[in-house]
Design a protein around this ligand. Structure first.
Ligand SMILES: C[S@@+](CC[C@H](N)C(=O)[O-])C[C@H]1O[C@@H](n2cnc3c(N)ncnc32)[C@H](O)[C@@H]1O
Length: 280
């Protein structure tokens, strides 16, 4: 279907009989403010259009987040928090004692802002949420405003860390070290583990003494032979960090039980973990 091309007018209407009205969905995906916004008639693949329509529905309907008792509305191209198990880990892990007196947390690579929202609901007084992607920044602001949490969270566009230190620094990097094939895959694939390594290597410089870094990571990459556990442990050690604990959860999304999935064996063995790290 990627080879089936559809003509569009510049206003995103489709000049074909009985074509659906996808103008709103396309406007949200391309955004009035980006360089990608078409100003002339154009063509796009049916597969691309399906992605745009799917994202429009996710944004409109939102994703129910039990830990928040509310819905998070992902924007087109922003990592959607469909797999709830990692959110449960952040909701349930014991907060570092230091947060009782220094109630500041960073959420590195915030995406929709779901983890920042969970921390805000867990009564962290001030949160700084970062991302590099302008779509994510717009998305997190909208979600936090909708949840009434915007005053607790500063949203900052930066590469990894904001200025300063925090008692708790949370990061859920893309779980697979592989090259994205399109800009939309940057939230899923982390080429050469750049974000994972950047987070680990920069963590001690951004943690208060006695603070904790929470790394959220699935071991799917290990089951696929893309990273070894020894490599991960060696990066943690070389970054001057020690492991305080690890809380694991088994994913429960539908693909885990899909035996026709070529990655079934790896998915069935997968664990998602919250690694509690601190400076050595
Ligand atoms: C896997 S998503 C996680 C999103 C969200 N924290 C969650 O748990 O649902 C990773 C996020 O990190 C962002 N990101 C990737 N590289 C980054 C960097 N160098 N600095 C800041 N954010 C980055 C991506 O744009 C994406 O929103």
């Amino acid at each position: 279907m990627g080879l089936l091309l559809i003509p569009f007018n510049a206003d995103h209407s489709i000049p074909l009989r009985r074509a659906p009205d996808v103008r709103q969905a396309c406007t949200e995906a391309y955004g009035p403010e980006t360089e990608d916004t078409p100003t002339e008639p154009y063509i796009a693949s049916l597969r691309g259009l399906q992605g745009i329509i799917g994202a429009y529905e996710w944004r409109k309907n939102g994703v129910e987040i039990p830990a928040l008792g509310a819905r998070i509305h992902p924007h087109y191209g922003v990592f959607a928090p469909i797999r709830g198990e990692y959110i449960g880990l952040v909701n349930d892990a014991p907060l570092p004692e230091l947060t009782a007196t220094q109630s500041v947390a960073f959420d590195i690579g915030t995406g929709t802002g779901v983890l920042a929202a969970v921390l805000a609901r867990r009564s962290i007084k001030r949160i700084v949420a970062t991302d590099q992607d302008p779509r994510a920044l717009a998305c997190v602001r909208e979600n936090l405003t909708r949840l009434g949490l915007a005053a607790q969270v500063d949203v900052v566009q930066t590469d990894l860390f904001p200025e300063g230190r925090a008692a708790l620094v949370v990061c859920n990097p893309p779980w697979l070290p592989a090259r994205p094939s399109s800009p939309l895959e940057h939230a899923v694939f982390d080429p050469e583990s750049r974000m994972l390594r950047g987070f680990l290597n920069g963590l001690t410089a951004h943690l208060e003494i006695g603070g904790e870094g929470w790394l959220i990571l699935s071991d799917l990459a290990e089951h696929l032979g893309l990273r070894t556990r020894a490599e991960l442990l060696s990066v943690i050690d070389a970054a001057g960090l020690k492991i305080l604990g690890k809380i694991d959860v088994k994913p429960h999304h539908p693909r885990v039980s899909d035996t026709s999935d070529p990655l079934h064996a790896a998915r069935a063995a997968e664990l998602t973990s919250l690694w509690r790290l601190t400076a050595k």
